[in-house]
Structure formats: C-alpha cells, structure tokens
Design a protein around this ligand. Sequence first.
Ligand code: GLV
Length: 325
Amino acid sequence: MIMKKVLVTHPLPGTRIHDLSSHCNELVWRGSGLMPASTLREELADCQGLICMLTDRLSADVLACAPQLEFVSSMSVGVDHVDVPVLSARGIALGNTPGVLVDTTADLAFALLLAAARRVPEADNFVRQGKWSEHNAWSPEFFAGKDVSGATLGLVGLGAISQAVARRAAGFGMDVLAWNRTARHVANVRNVILDEVLERSDFISVHVALAPDTRNLISAARIAQMKPGAVLINTARGGIVDERALAEALLGGHLYAAGVDVFEREPLTADNPLLELSNVVLAPHIGSATQITRARMADLAVDNALAALAGQPMPHCVNPEVYKS
Ligand code: GLV
C-alpha cells in the first residue's frame, strides 16, 4: 500500500507524534526558525496531508500549490492563518486544537492584566538599571499602580478562554461584564452591550476570534469610548485592536496601560509604536506557551491527522461540512 505523504512544518512535542510515522510517509521540517513560505509551497506539491503551525500562512495561492491535499491539521485553536473557504470548497478538512489551551491562555491574560496594573516590567527595569537609590526610593507615589481587586473587568467575547478569565477575576473580587454576539449565561458574569463594556470597565480583555467581522473591532472610536484610565489586554489576535490608536491612547494618557501578546504583524517590527511606550507590557504570542499545553496541542493536532489518514472525521474539525457530501 502506498503511504500518504504528510508534511509537518515543525518538530512536535508530545507523545502522539511517534504514532504518525507508521501511518504515513511523514516529512518533518527541521530547518531553523519558521518554515519559509517558498519551501512550504514546494513541499506541498505532492503532499496529501499537512500538520502546520499558526505561523504558516495557508492563503489561496499557497493552497493552489497543493493539488493533492486531503487534510490540514493546525496546531492552534485560531485558524485565521488559513483560507478556510478555499479548503471547504475543495472538501479538505481542517483540524484545530481547542480546549487544551484554555486555562494556560487565561493565565497569561491575567498575568498581563496584573503586570500592566502594577507596572511589574517597569519596576523590574528600574531595579536592574540601578535606578533604585536613596534619592529615588519609597514614597507615597512611588510606582503607584491601579487596583485589580474590586475593579470592573469587561470581556469582549465570552468563549471558553474568556470564561476562564472570568473565573480568575472572581478570585480577585472583580465585577465582570461581558459582551458576546449571543448572550451566554456564565456564573458571576453580566451580559451587556459592547458600548457598556467599553464605557464601564476598568480593565478590558479581548477574547474574540479574528474574522472579517472582528477585524478592527477595537477601533480608534471604540478605544475613545473606553473609561479614562482603563487598561486593555489582548491575548486573542492582532488585527482586532487598532494598534496605532492604542499607542496614541496610551501616549496621550487616555488609557492607563495595556498588555499585548498578539499583533497585526508578527514578529513585531521595529517601527511598531507600542515598542516606545513604558506603559504597555509586551509578549511574543505566548498565550498557550507552557510545556504541558504545547504537548497537548501537538497531540491533538496529530490525532486530527491520524483520524484523517484513517478516513475518519477529525475529532476537532473547523469545517465539518466537508464530511456531509
Ligand atoms: C494561539 O494563538 C492559537 O491559536 O492556538
């Protein structure tokens, strides 16, 4: 029997990857850094399967280079790097890795929230740079930040990660408001309209997927609507928040601080205005980055691929309509 060829664009952690080689002819990209787009196009030419990362852009052009493709399994929950309509039109199943990263990502959202509120990176730099001296020491205003306990948290989107953030907020005695396209009943969370989230929250955390209707959702106008002195956290996707407007609001003092893990262009380019600001805590898209969670994500990605290789529906399929025909 001829085995199908499956391209894996990065060596994977986890245990399930060891099962893959007995079910297909796997080709694991072992180059340094991200797999170049040109290499991806070349390798896809004779592949039936692909296990990819969120850094692999699967545009219509790239997919056109993969005439034999039968399935794609992405080691990510978000699939905005993939042209899903093109895959669906060709009957190609797309798998993702939901669920296992919920708590890990919620932890990072809360870590950014606390770090931004209490100016942790700024304080760390201050100490390391030897600025903490007899003349520059404790005073009533010294590194005074914002209280988290008892403050109002506004959630934009109320999916699994957002709900996990709400559970953490309950431990801090926060009053939690949320906007979701369809209201969801979640303990200790009040469903309100988006305007109310923006206008009433001391902290706003973004948790919607990036899609055409959420691109630039947190626009300049919506940032202007936020309560003066609010803190914005984004661990969802770049492209949802207008980064230039955010930088202006932070610089001008309308917003107190921000915590940002995801950007319009990743890796961040040197001209990004957020880099200049001390009241923004930056992270390099590490929401799901713990060893255990990454291994679980890799295992789910392999399980999706193994199901596809066995002619079965993927356990986590983004476009299950491909199984209907
Ligand atoms: C992370 O951003 C993911 O989509 O898994």
